[in-house]
Ligand binder design. Structure first.
Ligand SMILES: [Fe+2]
Ligand SMILES: [Fe+2]
Length: 243
């Protein structure tokens, strides 16, 4: 299903509930009645093209939105990426942590199993925290500065001087997908941990982990297919302009 500005947003959510957190990241709240995606964007002051590209990309794996997104201001994409980071760190990871606390085993096994799971989860959480903190403190500010200078009539001399040492290629090279700790965490639950007495909580934990993983994969794709190539082009043009 291709979601257009005339598609009713309620229909979109009814056919794919995975889009609920994506929609809410834009600040859109449930209770949208029969309003279309376009009307909702207008109401919330959201860039329509950007919203539709993101929502279609998350809805359909084969949908490739990168071309259009590459033509949009990087600041719009960065703003969305920041909101996603906040969602991972402040909503999803604390939620999984709370669910882990709710697991129960009989007798001594309770503390032992919970400690094992907590250790693996803490490792994963730290990896996500470190990754997102680095992007927020170093990469995204650099992208915004680069874009500002790219469009400036006279680029800032200090910034352009630094361009020769600093480059987005460095980030592209070290940008990993947080896979190791995540697969360790999944393996410990699926393969090794003795089943908890309240199995329904284990199922919830796994579902949350898989959802978060999918969300973060889409997030990484945006960074690698939009942020990096556009920034690279800007750097090259700026360098040619000053040399
Ligand atoms: Fe990120
Ligand atoms: Fe990233």
């Amino acid at each position: 299903m291709l979601i257009s500005e005339n598609t009713k947003l309620a229909e979109v959510i009814l056919q794919n509930y995975h889009l609920i957190p994506v929609v809410s990241r834009f600040g859109i709240e449930l209770g949208f009645g029969d309003k279309t995606a376009g009307q909702i964007c207008e109401k919330y002051g959201i860039d329509k093209v950007f919203f539709l590209e993101i929502i279609n990309a998350f809805n359909d794996k084969s949908y490739l939105p990168y071309k259009k997104l590459r033509e949009m201001p990087l600041s719009v994409t960065v703003d969305y990426l920041l909101k996603s980071h906040r969602y991972y760190n402040k909503v999803k990871l604390p939620l999984i942590e709370k669910l882990i606390e709710q697991l129960k085993w009989t007798g001594n096994a309770d503390k032992k199993n919970k400690d094992v799971l907590k250790t693996f989860f803490a490792r994963y959480r730290k990896e996500v925290n470190d990754h997102t903190a680095n992007e927020e403190q170093n990469v995204y500010p650099y992208i915004l500065e680069l874009e500002k200078n790219y469009y400036a009539e006279t680029p800032d001399a200090d910034f352009t001087k630094r361009l020769n040492d600093k480059s987005i290629s460095y980030y592209a090279d070290i940008h990993d997908e947080l896979n190791t700790s995540l697969s360790d965490l999944k393996n410990i639950i699926i393969k090794y941990l003795h089943p908890a007495d309240n199995k329904e909580i284990t199922e919830q934990i796994l579902t949350e982990i898989f959802r978060l993983e999918k969300d973060m994969t889409d997030h990484t794709k945006l960074e690698e297919n939009v942020i990096i190539p556009v920034a690279k082009k800007m750097e090259d043009k700026l360098k040619r302009k000053i040399n």
